[in-house]
Design a protein around this ligand. Structure first.
Ligand SMILES: [Zn+2]
Length: 422
């Protein structure tokens, strides 16, 4: 065994103590954040730490304005009422960014996850996106007179496949960013020491749904995003489930029909080839074209704009609610296929809630009811009536909201204060 000299041994002990203190600071902050309002005695009880240790950690968080003392709490004993501790909303901030086809949405959230400012930045040079995001963060902090040490975390939500091992976007059909774009490293180098989390946009929307989209406390949830593509975010035991490399949630490539149409991924009959907005629109168009040669064919006007997902959904919606028989048949089949896809997911993950988001929700309650109708008979008996299926009802940017909240709840490390302020 390697024998350490006295100096080395003391250094090692000091480093260990620092680590324990950082871990405990994070633990105390997370619990105050979780409970909203909690006393020192309750914190000692929950953590098993001594009251003296809890007090000293709380003092450190108070000294840096991360938490504050509020009025007296209730007590069941006749003793003195305890002073409660709460997170100071303006004690720190999270930058949450959604990268999209037009550029990016930059949002700053405070420690209570309230939106402080939102900026929509349009860009064309995605090869410079790292530098541009850094500039937006710097300018915004300056503008709001927020010292940089109050920036505790940065979340980056992107539409694409993520390599969580190397923090790169492997591929995206929405934005021109691939694995050669090292924007994450640029941001990491500039804001060294703070939490930076890169993830798929659907992961964060799923977390926003878990936290803000439901009245009940949910720990297992699946969010399915249906637009031009089909993606999903999975929450297991309260945390985002990324899989080993970041590819969990690629339900768009779940096979529904092994003899179905060829998908761009190389397989056949993927869910995305059947229930994405373009797939439904194209199916209506092709079937209508065939039928239009007969006299009984109903007329559907097809505009040149039909290649865009937003106008495609309007087209589907009009045809469906205009009682076009072909459109009704196609949408009905899409609902049935989606019901099978969702049932596969439900059997695999066993979530409490499945939330559908994206342009597809424009098809309205009737479409949702159809999916429920088809799911009724194919679900496992114990699951029937237990799994809630709903549309997303959250307003605003769910990607930045969910991202900020996820950092706050799961990976924020106020222990960085030990470095920042030493
Ligand atoms: Zn596929």
């Amino acid at each position: 065994m390697l024998k350490l000299g006295k100096g080395k041994k003391e250094e090692k002990q000091a480093a260990n103590q620092q680590l324990i203190k950082k871990t405990n600071l994070t633990l105390i902050f997370n619990l105050i954040n979780k409970y909203g309002s909690i006393s020192r005695a309750e914190l000692a009880h929950v953590t098993g730490l001594s009251p003296t240790t809890v007090s000293s950690l709380a003092e450190e968080l108070i000294r840096h304005d991360i938490i504050f003392e509020t009025g007296e709490g209730n007590t069941t004993t006749s003793g003195r009422k305890p002073i409660m501790l709460e997170v100071n909303p303006n004690g720190g901030y999270i930058s949450s960014i959604e990268i999209n086809e037009k550029g990016y949405v930059f949002s700053l959230y405070n420690l209570k996850c309230n939106l402080v400012i939102e900026k929509k930045i349009e860009i064309t040079e995605y090869n410079k996106i790292g530098f541009l995001i850094i500039r937006t963060i710097e300018e915004t902090l300056l503008e709001l007179k927020i010292p940089e040490e109050k920036l505790f975390g940065i979340c980056l939500g992107v539409p694409g496949l993520i390599d969580i091992v190397n923090n790169r976007i492997t591929t995206s059909t929405i934005v021109p960013i691939d694995e050669n774009n090292d924007f994450y490293e640029h941001i990491k180098n500039r804001f060294d020491g703070i939490t930076i989390f890169l993830g798929n946009e659907s992961w964060f929307s799923a977390y926003a749904e878990k936290e803000f989209g439901t009245d009940v406390n949910v720990n297992n949830l699946v969010f399915i995003d249906i637009n031009t593509g089909v993606g999903a975010g999975i929450i297991v035991d309260g945390k985002i489930f990324t899989g080993s490399q970041g590819l969990a949630g690629e339900i768009g490539h779940m096979t529904i029909d092994m003899n179905g149409p060829l998908c761009k991924c190389g397989n056949r009959g993927c869910l995305e080839t059947m229930i994405s907005i373009p797939a439904i629109a194209e199916s209506i168009i092709s079937k209508t074209g065939y039928e239009s040669s007969s006299k009984s064919s109903p007329y559907i006007s097809i505009t040149d704009d039909c290649t865009k997902s937003s106008s495609q959904i309007d087209f589907i919606q009009k045809a469906y609610y205009g009682n076009n028989s072909i459109a009704r048949e196609v949408v009905d089949l899409a609902a049935k296929r989606l019901a099978f896809g969702i049932t596969n997911i439900v059997n695999f993950i066993n979530p409490e809630i499945v939330v559908i988001g994206g342009e597809i929700t424009k098809l309205g309650e009737e479409f949702l009811e159809k999916i429920k109708y088809y799911m009724k008979d194919i679900q496992l008996k114990p699951n029937r009536g237990k799994v809630e299926l709903k549309y997303s009802t959250l307003k605003g940017n769910t990607v930045t909201l969910g991202g900020a909240k996820y950092i706050l709840d799961n990976i924020l490390n106020p222990g960085i204060l030990l470095h920042t302020y030493q």
